[in-house]
Write a protein that binds this ligand. Structure first.
Ligand code: FAD
Length: 383
């Protein structure tokens, strides 16, 4: 067993770290207030090859594995949570999903634009009446000759207000709840597709999120990515990678909170000494550092398993659940270490705490992760 990351991964991590801290971090507070998606930074990420991280080179990507992507995602999340959320939705939920499951024509048509930043992607699963129970989706796709007609709506879709390419799961068989699901790729200008106004969110506020509506939206059969009625496996499989990467996002946000708290505690004098000298502050620092490292290791293991093509559902849920719980605590304690200043926007840790909250909800709630884990534990106990 070798816990070291490779020299190539280290070099890439340092490049992303430098970029993220110089370009993304300085704008993070401002775009949190304005709720404006950072277009210029996005293009810079594309120019560095970051948008095509897990996409094969022949389609304009960088062809990294999931572990390398997690290492880079941690750096992006450290610098700007909003950017990291849009990055997840674009690169993992849309582009990576398409690269794994799309036809040759679909990959040639869409992936180069998703990698070079000229197209923005999103993934539509959640509906107003089906969140955790994703297979309860009701958006319906009806086959008519060589076309499919979609009706229904999706909600909480990251990047939808600015997306060009929508990967959409829809029900295609009302009699088969689990398997009657098809995945389509739909372009923004398709008649019948529209998006709602961006929601006002607690955190990750510069990553735009909205509803997506389908009203007799006519999609050619060639835009089916997986199906008809065969998308269940990829819906679940892609969530494993999303959850491993979600672990990295929690780690990045929590590490930023720890570093900020330590810097502050070294200079804040109370009772004639820097507060970092007070044991109860040091206790928080030790707890934060230990749990961040534990979440990082769980994340790297889950990503590594995905890369080996081994079953990784349970490990991905461990990583996502633990990382989300850890990030709540770490960002909370960072605010505590900064005291009253921590409560003020200027010191940024309050933003870290708001941003971290999503980790317990998006990509499957903590409760859903526990259901997945417990199901596996019970299955094993039965031999
Ligand atoms: C900012 C943001 C971005 C998002 N981006 C996307 C996106 O890009 N694409 C997309 O498709 N979706 C996206 N989502 C949706 C997200 O995946 C869902 O919010 C999530 O799956 C939970 O669904 P829900 O909100 O409907 O909550 P519900 O499913 O209604 O859950 C409400 C509560 O009930 C609990 N609960 C539900 N069922 C059970 C059970 N069986 N046992 C125990 N507890 C249970 C939940 O854990 C939760 O605490 C996003 C959400 C947010 C907030």
């Amino acid at each position: 067993m070798d816990f070291r990351i490779t020299d190539d991964q280290l070099e890439l991590r340092d490049m992303v770290r430098k970029f993220a801290r110089q370009e993304l971090a300085p704008k993070a507070a401002e775009i949190d207030l304005s709720c404006e998606f950072p277009k210029e930074n996005w293009q810079k990420m594309a120019d560095l090859g970051l948008l095509g991280m897990m996409i094969p080179e022949e389609y304009g990507g960088f062809e990294s594995d999931v572990l390398t992507f997690c290492i880079c995602m941690e750096e992006v999340a450290y610098a700007c949570a909003s950017t990291s959320l849009s990055y997840l939705a674009h690169t993992v939920l849309c582009a990576y999903n398409l690269s794994q499951n799309g036809s040759e024509e679909q990959k040639k048509k869409y992936l180069p634009g998703l990698c070079d930043g000229s197209k923005m992607g999103c993934l539509c699963i959640t509906e107003p009446d089906s969140g955790s129970d994703a297979l309860g989706m009701q958006t319906f796709a009806e086959e008519r000759g060589d076309k499919w007609i979609l009706n229904g709506s999706k909600t909480f879709i990251t990047n939808a207000p600015i997306a060009d390419v929508f990967l959409v799961y829809a029900r295609s068989d009302r009699n088969d709840r689990n398997r009657g699901i098809t995945q389509f790729i739909i372009e923004r200008d398709t008649p019948g597709l529209s998006t709602g106004e961006p929601f006002h969110k607690m955190g990750n506020r510069a990553s735009p999120t909205s509803e997506v509506f389908f009203e007799n939206c006519e999609v050619p059969a060639e835009n089916i990515v997986i199906g008809p009625n065969q998308a269940l496996g990829i819906l679940m499989g892609n969530l494993d990678v999303e959850r491993a990467v979600g672990g990295a996002m929690g780690v990045g946000g929590a590490q930023a909170a720890l570093d900020r708290a330590v810097d502050y505690a070294k200079t804040r004098i109370q009772f004639d000494q820097p507060i970092i000298m007070h044991e109860m502050v040091l206790d928080k620092v030790a707890e934060m550092a230990t749990s961040i490292e534990a979440a990082r290791l769980l994340t790297h293991k889950a990503a590594w398993l995905c890369d080996q093509g081994e079953p990784c559902t349970e490990s991905a849920s461990y990583a996502k659940l633990f990382s989300a719980q850890m990030a709540q605590k770490a960002t909370y304690e960072a605010v505590q270490i900064l005291g009253g200043y921590g409560y003020m926007q200027e010191y940024e840790v309050e933003r870290f705490m708001r941003d971290a909250r999503l980790g317990t909800i998006g990509g499957g709630t903590n409760e859903v992760q526990k259901l997945i884990i417990a199901r596996e534990v019970v299955k094993r106990s039965m031999g």
